[in-house]
Write a protein that binds this ligand. Structure first.
Ligand code: IPE
Ligand code: IPE
Ligand code: MG
Length: 240
């Protein structure tokens, strides 16, 4: 491992893992092969993050907009979820990792929903890294679902509309109880959020790398953490 001994380790790292398709194309392979490699990188990143002492790692696995891809690609991604959910359970148990999911899982096939529930249930008492997978996740969808649930609770008299604060609203989001990301990493060079964690990244530091996701490794993560340590976080205030 490189020297992170003098570094502040971000408590919550969020990743937009992008570039699986480009990685495959560069090699003349089908996009699916890029996704397969990308899944292996997710596994490795979970182990590295747990070792480094990151508390929360949130990765964007599948967006609410990714359903617009070809039937073949969406089908292949679903097959990879099925396969990697089982592997992830083992890795989570070995590394004391607690797994959470954000997003609207109701659109998935029942066996995938069951797999997700099992993964969350069987790792809920682990005390190490919290690994959060965003699947069928979209920031606008999350905020809309939160608003709808809040409206129902107001109607049912469970909450008084006058008492809605930022904290109350955040407690209705999928990320309830989690700290906001300190560092957001996007691989493959695109300068956009693609509907990721819109509410939560209000004061997150962004790090964009040209590295394609399947090539991402410990060295790349360390580079991001070194950059993070050079940032001056102000949260709207002035330098002390
Ligand atoms: C990210 O890689 C994985 C998912 C969005 C599921 P892409 O599939 O977006 O790869 P590129 O952007 O086409 O290279
Ligand atoms: C964002 O990547 C979604 C995930 C990483 C799951 P996309 O490849 O879907 O984003 P765009 O289309 O380039 O904005
Ligand atoms: Mg992409």
């Amino acid at each position: 491992m490189g020297d992170l001994s003098n570094m502040v380790i971000p408590r919550h790292v969020a990743i937009i893992l992008d570039g699986n398709g480009r990685w495959a194309k560069k090699r003349g392979l089908p996009r699916t092969m890029g996704h397969r490699e990308g899944c292996k990188t997710v596994e490795k990143t979970v182990e590295i993050a747990a070792r480094i002492g990151i508390e929360y790692l949130t990765v964007y696995g599948f967006s609410t907009e990714n359903w617009s891809r070809s039937v073949e690609e969406v089908g292949a991604l679903m097959q990879l979820f099925r396969y990697y959910m089982v592997r992830l359970l083992k890795i989570a148990k070995q590394n004391n990792v607690r797994v959470k999911m954000i997003g609207d899982k109701s659109r998935f096939d029942q066996d995938i929903i069951d797999g997700i529930d099992r993964l969350v249930r069987e790792t809920q008492d682990n005390t190490g890294l919290t690994f959060v997978i965003a699947v069928n996740y979209g920031g606008r969808d999350e905020i809309t679902r939160a608003a709808a649930r809040l409206a129902r609770d107001c109607r049912d008299g469970k909450i008084d509309g006058e008492s809605i604060s930022q904290e109350v609203f955040a407690s209705y989001l999928d990320t309830a109880g989690m700290p906001d990301p300190d560092l957001l990493i996007r691989t493959s060079g695109e300068l956009r959020l693609s509907n990721y964690l819109l509410w939560q990244v209000a004061y997150t530091e962004f790090y964009i790398t040209d590295c394609l996701w399947p090539d991402f490794n410990q060295e790349e993560l360390e580079k991001a953490i070194v950059q993070y340590n050079k940032r001056e976080r102000r949260f709207g205030g002035v330098k002390a």
